[in-house]
Design a protein around this ligand. Structure first.
Ligand code: FES
Ligand code: FES
Length: 219
């Protein structure tokens, strides 16, 4: 039987629906952006992402490079400078694996953009010690068996260095009994609290705390 109307035919109906969608999509774009606007946006976007020159100090060495303004400090260290000692765990500021020292303070390198650090001083685990010339904290981690897979260890050590300095400067923590007290003893509770941003999935915590205490109490 011949369909009464072309639209009653399934093939015609399918074609009509597809054409309608394409046509309405094109119409929507045409309505949203006057001629030339798309091109303008593309130009602005490409200008916004142009590499930016950056000068900073990394492990006491001057570094000059150009970076994508969207690049994190963590990615810059690992991918542009080849300093892979700093680890990427979560890339969301939740594990502490990427902890470095920035102008002496511990920071999650995944949470900050490289371009924000013109003139800053960065210290990574490569600048803490090296084989044959380990930092006392690294030696304590070895002596105390403070790591298993070792993935969290660079961040733990950088964080511990920053934390020991914070305590020396009298910064209280959540467990400090007296926040006005300047002379902070790094008890096990203080160390656990201050290191709580550094996750160890191997759960080497008792040994990590013991290693940090060995150095912190002597410091
Ligand atoms: S990788 Fe930065 S906090 Fe986890
Ligand atoms: S030693 Fe394996 S994650 Fe900490």
């Amino acid at each position: 039987m011949t369909p009464k109307c072309p639209a009653d035919h399934p093939a015609v109906l399918e074609t009509t629906r597809r054409d309608l969608l394409l046509a309405s999509g094109a119409a929507a774009v045409a309505t949203a952006f006057p001629p030339g606007v798309n091109q303008l946006h593309a130009q602005e976007a490409s200008q916004a992402f142009e590499p930016i020159p950056l000068r900073l100090s990394v492990n006491a060495n001057p570094v000059e490079l150009t970076v994508d303004p969207r690049m994190s400090l963590l990615d810059m260290l690992r991918e542009e400078l080849g300093l892979t000692g700093t680890k990427k765990g979560c890339d969301h500021g939740q594990c502490g694996a990427c902890t470095i020292l920035l102008n002496g303070r511990r920071v999650n390198a995944c949470l900050t953009l490289a371009v924000m650090h013109e003139g800053d001083e960065v210290r990574t685990i490569e600048g803490v010690g090296e084989p044959g010339k380990l930092h006392p904290l690294q030696m304590a981690f070895v002596a105390r068996d403070g790591y298993q897979c070792g993935y969290c260890t660079p961040g733990q050590i950088c964080s511990a260095l920053g934390m020991i300095e914070e305590a020396k400067q009298g910064w209280p923590s959540h467990v400090s009994a007296d926040v006005a007290q300047r002379d902070i003893a790094l008890t096990e509770a203080e160390i656990r609290e201050r290191m709580s941003g550094n996750i160890c999935r191997c759960a080497a915590y008792p040994n990590i705390v013991a290693a940090i205490r060995d150095v912190a109490v002597e410091a």
